[in-house]
Design a protein around this ligand. Structure first.
Ligand code: SF4
Length: 329
């Protein structure tokens, strides 16, 4: 069976001879489909609407590899804390996921497994859980039904919500990561309200920064402002810890500003807040350079060590955020 694996995964296990700045701490596998995904998401290189290479997701390259060769490599590599299987919509995709998990297990790989899924039936979710999948990712991507429709996500917002309910029933809410992409068109208030809503349900948020990919309908859309992204990272962090973020923001005509004292406190105690800016996702997931060039600016830092090397950039961004409260959209 042929699958795709991220270039960083293949380099880490020695199947590609390239230098990597930061090793992935999760082995990332993507289902193979020559024609990509049957979905039509405007921002995604796997989409039917995209003319870009089907070996891309976001700015990462995913070469084809034989599943057995890949699993043997994963087995011999202790860098990986987890295996993540990312799906596309295609005929037989559910069976492909089962085959990958069974191959991992038959090779003796007992590492935790996450699956990123589009809506499926509840019985399938039970099957995944029985096979030892411990976390699920759900790509809502958009923060509102309006943007969800505009970017042409498959199914409907309502179907995704019903799927989320099923996932919560089977796995428990704290084992679900909702993927949200900042910069798809939702304004800050809408984005923050979506984070509030999902975290209020007990599920978690994996935050992504919109990344234009050549060949997609959204190729000329701008990347989000890094200062605004810092604001959203801070609010995600506070919400996850159970804070009422209304105490820390000022809302004016739909624009959201952070209170200056909050940002000053983070700046003055930065060592205690590094995790705010580290990649958010399943335990062990660091997605190095998924949304950014290795030259930066770094939307999500793959590790605290890497962040410390670039701390002056982050401090400069936080000073701007303190002065401006977060720029107006
Ligand atoms: S469903 Fe997922 S893989 Fe398919 S086009 Fe949309 S974002 Fe891409």
């Amino acid at each position: 069976m042929i699958v795709r694996a991220s270039i960083g995964t293949l380099a880490t296990i020695g199947l590609l001879n390239i230098d990597i700045v930061e090793k992935p701490t999760t082995a990332y596998i993507l289902l193979y489909s020559q024609s990509g995904c049957l979905g039509t998401c405007m921002f995604c290189s796997q989409s039917m609407l995209s003319t870009s290479s089907k070996s891309l997701v976001s700015r990462v390259s995913w070469p084809e590899v034989d599943l057995k060769v890949l699993t043997r490599g994963i087995k011999g590599c202790d860098v990986f804390e987890r295996v993540c299987i990312q799906t596309v919509i295609k005929e037989g995709f559910k069976e492909d996921v089962l085959k990958i998990i069974n191959t991992l297990r038959s090779e003796g790989i007992g590492k935790p497994v996450s699956v990123s899924l589009t809506p499926t039936d509840k019985d399938y979710l039970i099957l995944l859980k029985d096979l030892g999948v411990d976390y699920l990712g759900i790509g809502f991507d958009a923060a509102t039904p309006k943007t969800f429709n505009l970017v042409k996500k498959p199914y409907s917002w309502q179907t995704y919500l019903e799927f989320l309910r099923d996932c919560m029933d089977v796995f428990g809410p704290n084992k679900i990561y909702i993927h949200l992409i900042y910069g798809l068109g939702d304004n800050d208030l809408e984005f923050i309200n979506a984070m509030k809503y999902f975290i209020g349900l007990g599920v978690r948020i994996a935050l992504f920064a919109f990344t234009p990919v050549k060949g997609t309908p959204y190729e000329s859309r701008n990347k989000p402002n890094i200062i605004n992204y810092r604001k959203v990272q801070i609010l995600r962090y506070l919400l996850t810890l159970g804070y009422n973020v209304d105490d820390y923001i000022i809302v004016n005509n739909g624009n959201v500003y952070l209170r200056r004292e909050l940002v000053r406190n983070i700046l003055e105690n930065i060592d205690g807040y590094l995790n705010v800016f580290i990649t958010s996702g399943c335990p062990g997931c660091n997605r190095p350079f998924y949304n950014e060039s290795v030259r930066g600016p770094y939307y999500n830092y793959p590790s605290t060590n890497f962040l410390r090397k670039h701390i002056s950039d982050l401090m400069r961004e936080l000073r701007i955020l303190m002065d401006e409260g977060g720029s107006i959209r």
